[in-house]
Design a protein around this ligand. Sequence first.
Ligand SMILES: Cc1cc2nc3c(=O)[nH]c(=O)nc-3n(C[C@H](O)[C@H](O)[C@H](O)COP(=O)(O)OP(=O)(O)OC[C@H]3O[C@@H](n4cnc5c(N)ncnc54)[C@H](O)[C@@H]3O)c2cc1C
Length: 436
Amino acid sequence: MKKDRYDVAIIGGGPAGSTAATLLAKAGRHVIVFEREKFPRFHIGESLLPFSVQTFDRLGVREKLDRTFLPKFGGEIMAACGTKGVKFYFKDGFRSERDRAYQVTRSDFDKLLLDHSRENGAEVREQTEVTKLDFADDRVKIDVESFDGAKSTIEARYLLDCSGRQTLLGSLFNVKRTYDHLQKFSVFAHYENIDRLPGRDATLIRMVRGLDRWFWMIPLTETRTSVGVVMDTATFRAVKLSPQTALEKFIDEQPLMKERMKKANRVSPVYSAGDFSYRNTRLAGERWLLAGDAAGFIDPVFSSGVFLAIMSAEKAADTLDAALRDESKRRRLFNKYSRSVNRIMDIYLTFVNSWYRRSKEFLEVFLNPADTMQIAAAVNAVLAGNEGKSLAIKWRMWLFYFFVYMQRFFALSPRLMLVPKQTASPSSVDPVTAGV
Ligand SMILES: Cc1cc2nc3c(=O)[nH]c(=O)nc-3n(C[C@H](O)[C@H](O)[C@H](O)COP(=O)(O)OP(=O)(O)OC[C@H]3O[C@@H](n4cnc5c(N)ncnc54)[C@H](O)[C@@H]3O)c2cc1C
């Protein structure tokens, strides 16, 4: 049995774990990451948001990302009936300073970030699973087991749980709460030879919104594209098909997807994920913090998962560094961390609730190009990851939700059916570039 003492031990080497590891190592902390898989490994979560770019700069990883991944300049959201669509660009966001994010193959992205942690001095142990935790007043004892069956125990002053949807500590302390109204199911795969728009627009994420489901199409490389669909778990169960057959059927029923996929061939297995929306009621304890999906995951619809993972991991690293410097401030620092991460998750929860509960009204307002009082620009900025703390953004967001609410009673924007017409084709769609 080998014992070592670290400042921080991190469970999980996904974007949250590697971000925190690099920042702590850069701050001179003795940090170790345990990752049970061998990277590269498949992971979903491929479309990023511009507000992560400032963290990539701080990590010192921007050039590597620029060399490796496609830029993402914005998105394209269409109503499934084929009568309305909108393109939005991050450059048009309210007081925008970032015009792009990235579309990434997660196996490569996660490996690049984790290798970067090693290069910056973090100790990384892959194929090593955290199996048991013991909390004392001033430290945490961590039992791990590597792929060859070797067991060891290490000690750290703090533990950062970045175990993703595994939510190791959330389950251990029974603080994980699922969102019953967001019990969704998703099926997805990678394809080659999907038609793209010309020029810069080839990098846009495409989302198609139907009445009871929505689709994504995310360009990952020059030729490879990620395609997926999300619906209520109950709706998926009712079709009684395997994920593979279901994905083929759903695409076939949606002209705005099918039209672009005439020459497409699937080059990955069909994956599925279910019941993915939850939140932990506590994000911090005496010796631990939660970050990324281990803290909570709302829904994939606004591509916020990796942004939230990276944002919370950055805050967690700064919080732990400050707590290591002055133990007496720990409680106040941990409370501040929890408040700020919860606040940002709430912003996305409000969007997601609106997207599903007021599906038609939300989309009808969202797809209306009239940009009164820069409301569209504010929505664009918040969806890009702007925390929306300024009054200028707050009142615009309030008005946006007020319009969505009023749309229930008055047709402020044209009504949409959201049911595919078999005759519809992308050429009948009238995309606009103004935003919401
Ligand atoms: C259908 C779907 C679509 C999505 N689409 C998007 C999108 O377009 N854009 C976006 O930004 N987000 C998207 N997401 C969300 C995104 O996948 C996650 O938010 C993101 O991966 C979270 O990163 P993380 O580092 O917190 O966790 P992860 O990336 O899951 O990393 C956690 C790591 O911890 C490791 N681990 C777990 N338990 C242990 C243990 N006991 N010991 C050691 N290691 C352990 C795992 O092996 C894993 O590598 C989507 C999610 C779903 C379900």
